[in-house]
Design a protein around this ligand. Structure first.
Ligand code: MG
Length: 239
C-alpha cells in the first residue's frame, strides 16, 4: 500500500519551476524539510565538472552523438527534452559522482510515468530518478538501483525540490576477459545513505547502453518523457 502524501490539485507544473523555491502548491509535506532544497555542493578541487548551469558542452545525444536538445533554464539548470544524453568523456575505476536534480509535479501521473529520468554509471547502471515522494520504495523507485536494489530508506524530497545524489562507483574488474569483481555502487541521497557498497551482478540495467562492461563508459542521463531538471554535476576520480 502506497500512502499518498501528495494531493493532486495544482495541475502539471513544468519548466516554469526553474528558479523558484519549491514545493509546488498542492504538495502536502510529511516533514517541513522535505520542502527545502538540498544544499548545492560546489565541485571540490580536482573534480571533473560535467554540468555547470545550463552548459551542455561535453554532452551528446545517446542515439546520434549529435548536440543535445535539452533546454537550458534561467537560473542555471537543464530540463530533459527528447533523447538520452551522455558525456563525451568516459570513466573507469573508482569515482564519486555528484548530481543535483528535481522532479516535476505531475499529480495525475502514476508510478514510472511520474517524473522519471535516471543517472547511468558508465552508461550501464541506472540510479533511478522518479517522483517517489512519500512511497514505500521499491527497486524501481527514486534512489533504486534499477531492478537491482531497493533504497534502505525513502530519502526523497517533494517534487519541485532540489535533491542530491552522491554516488560512489567502482567499475567491475576483469582479468584475461573474465570478471573477477562486480561493479559496486553506494548512494547518499539528500545526506542519507540509501545504498552501501552494493555489488551489481548485472552488466547492464534496463535501458542502459550495454556494450563491453570491461570498457570505460560515460555518465548518461535518461529521457523518459518527463521534464526532470538537472544542475551541478561533477565527478571526482578516486584512483
Ligand atoms: Mg529512469
Amino acid at each position: 500500500m502506497r500512502p499518498a502524501f501528495i494531493l493532486g490539485c495544482a495541475g502539471l507544473l513544468t519548466s516554469t519551476l526553474a528558479a523558484t523555491a519549491a514545493p509546488p502548491e498542492g504538495v502536502k509535506l510529511a516533514r517541513a524539510e522535505d520542502g527545502i532544497d538540498a544544499p548545492s555542493t560546489p565541485p571540490p578541487p580536482g573534480a571533473v565538472v560535467l554540468l555547470d548551469g545550463g552548459d551542455l558542452s561535453g554532452w551528446v545525444r545517446r542515439d546520434s552523438g549529435g548536440s543535445p536538445t535539452w533546454a537550458p533554464l534561467p537560473g542555471g539548470a537543464v530540463e530533459v527534452r527528447k533523447g538520452d544524453i551522455r558525456t563525451e568523456r568516459t570513466f573507469d575505476g573508482h569515482f564519486k559522482l555528484h548530481v543535483e536534480f528535481r522532479t516535476p509535479y505531475m499529480p495525475e501521473a502514476k508510478g514510472q510515468a511520474r517524473g522519471n529520468s535516471g543517472v547511468y554509471l558508465q552508461g550501464r547502471y541506472e540510479v533511478q530518478v522518479l517522483d517517489s515522494y512519500g512511497l514505500v520504495s521499491q527497486d524501481n523507485d527514486c534512489g533504486g538501483i534499477y531492478k537491482v536494489a531497493v533504497p534502505k530508506v525513502n530519502a526523497c524530497k517533494a517534487p519541485g525540490v532540489w535533491q542530491t545524489y552522491d554516488i560512489d562507483f567502482r567499475a567491475p574488474k576483469f582479468e584475461d576477459g573474465k570478471k573477477v569483481a562486480p561493479a559496486r555502487i553506494g548512494v547518499v541521497q539528500n545526506g542519507q545513505v540509501i545504498h552501501d557498497d552494493v555489488a551489481i551482478a548485472l552488466d547492464n540495467t534496463v535501458s542502459g547502453m550495454g556494450g563491453d562492461p570491461a570498457q570505460p563508459g560515460p555518465i548518461m542521463l535518461q529521457d523518459h518523457g518527463n521534464p526532470v531538471q538537472y544542475r551541478n554535476i561533477w565527478l571526482v576520480p578516486l584512483d
